[in-house]
Structure formats: structure tokens, C-alpha cells
Design a binder for this molecule. Structure first.
Ligand SMILES: CC(C)(COP(=O)(O)OP(=O)(O)OC[C@H]1O[C@@H](n2cnc3c(N)ncnc32)[C@H](O)[C@@H]1OP(=O)(O)O)[C@@H](O)C(=O)NCCC(=O)NCCS
Length: 181
């Protein structure tokens, strides 16, 4: 059976080149996925070795093959990988997105550009709803979602065991979505 989505393997935004990852990207991904500052609020544990990154890449490849969309790596004009985003199918009509960037490019509107690109892609793929969550205290990420046109839908209390935050207490999450019809 063909995958439900047919997202392109590469996309261009105003300043960024987005493409499906390959196994050759492991070291570049490990560089940011092992970084404390980048991963602080992520829902996945920071990578401790290249094996973690290879497992992530295998999972990402499987998602692309089964769903026809998934993780995109983002490169700047000089070709350097500076972050990632993605379109993750949750149900036939809705998907989840997220984004991360290396610290040296923060504050230039690039995360907003990534989120807007995923909204455009979700619409082009015929999806009706695109969702995104962020840890409640992560104000910069909430701001990105608002700038990209997502609406706040509610606060899920004690929802996430954020693996890279100190302590082991579940944290609140802010849920956002954009409806595309
Ligand atoms: C969060 C992150 C994606 C933001 O990327 P970015 O490219 O700097 O975001 P943008 O420039 O598009 O927009 C950031 C907005 O947040 C605002 N902001 C930044 N820090 C803030 C803070 N501490 N409190 C409130 N707002 C803040 C900025 O002023 C900007 O809003 P503005 O344009 O109205 O001034 C980036 O810091 C990152 O990749 N962090 C690590 C990974 C991560 O946490 N990803 C999100 C997981 S939910």
C-alpha cells in the first residue's frame, strides 16, 4: 500500500533548504542532539553517543517510508545543517510538527520560517489540522507558534516527563494547533 502522504524529499523556504535525512547526516545531527542548550525542552533524551543518532535516523527513515513524510533537516545558504523540523502524521487528517535550531542562529526568525513551512506543507498535503506542543515555561517556542499562526488550545498540566530537565517531575505543556480549511 502506498504511504498516505507524498511530501517532497526537499523543500526551500526563503532562507533555508529542507531535506529528508540520510545515514550520512549522523555526525551533524549528533552535534546538536547531544547539546544541552538545544535539547533542554525536547521530549526525547539528548543523544549520548552516535548510536543514539543512528537509532533516530533508522526511526526517521521508517517513518518516511511508512507515512510519506517525517523529519526534515534544515541547512543555511552555506550548506551547513543548522536545525530540523518535520511533519509527523497522527491520523489521516492531522499531523504534529516541531523545530529546533543550533544556538548561533537563534533570534533571526528562522524557527518561525520552519513552522510556517510545515503549515504550508500540511496544507499542500491536504491535512486539516497541524498540532504543536511546547513545555509551558518555554516562552520562545510558544512565541514561534503564535507568530506562525497556531492557536493556543490549552495547558496540559503535569503532562510531560521532560527527560533533559533537572528533577523528575512532570511539567506542564502548552498545546497549539492550526486548522487548515
Ligand atoms: C525555541 C527556538 C526554536 C526559537 O528559534 P528562533 O529561530 O530563535 O525563533 P524566532 O526568531 O523565529 O522567534 C523567537 C521569538 O521568541 C521570542 N523570545 C525569545 N526568547 C524569549 C523568552 N525567553 N521569552 C519570551 N519570548 C522570547 C523572540 O523575541 C521572538 O519573538 P519576536 O519575533 O516577537 O521578537 C530555538 O531557541 C531553539 O531551537 N531552541 C532549542 C530547541 C527547542 O527548544 N525547540 C522547541 C521545542 S518545543
Amino acid at each position: 500500500m502506498p504511504p498516505p502522504l507524498t511530501a517532497p524529499a526537499e523543500l526551500f523556504t526563503r532562507r533555508l533548504h529542507l531535506r529528508r535525512p540520510t545515514s550520512r547526516d549522523a555526525e551533524a545531527i549528533f552535534a546538536y542532539a547531544s547539546d544541552h542548550e538545544v535539547t533542554r525542552y525536547m521530549a526525547w533524551p539528548r543523544h549520548l553517543s552516535l548510536d543514539d543518532t543512528r537509532a533516530f535516523l533508522a526511526h526517521a527513515d521508517e517513518e518516511w517510508r511508512q507515512r510519506g513524510a517525517g523529519v526534515y533537516l534544515a541547512s543555511s545558504a552555506d550548506g551547513e545543517i543548522i536545525g530540523s523540523t518535520g511533519l509527523h502524521l497522527l491520523a489521516p487528517h492531522r499531523a504534529l510538527t516541531g523545530y529546533l535550531l543550533v544556538p548561533r542562529v537563534w533570534g533571526q526568525g528562522l524557527a518561525t520560517e520552519l513552522a510556517q513551512a510545515m503549515v504550508g506543507l500540511a496544507r499542500a498535503q491536504g491535512l486539516v489540522r497541524l498540532e504543536a506542543d511546547c513545555v509551558a515555561e518555554h516562552a520562545a517556542s510558544a512565541r514561534v507558534l503564535e507568530k506562525a499562526g497556531f492557536a493556543f488550545e490549552g495547558r496540559r498540566r503535569a503532562f510531560l516527563l521532560a527527560p533533559n530537565l533537572p528533577g523528575n517531575a512532570p511539567v506542564d505543556v502548552r498545546s497549539y494547533a492550526v486548522v487548515l480549511r
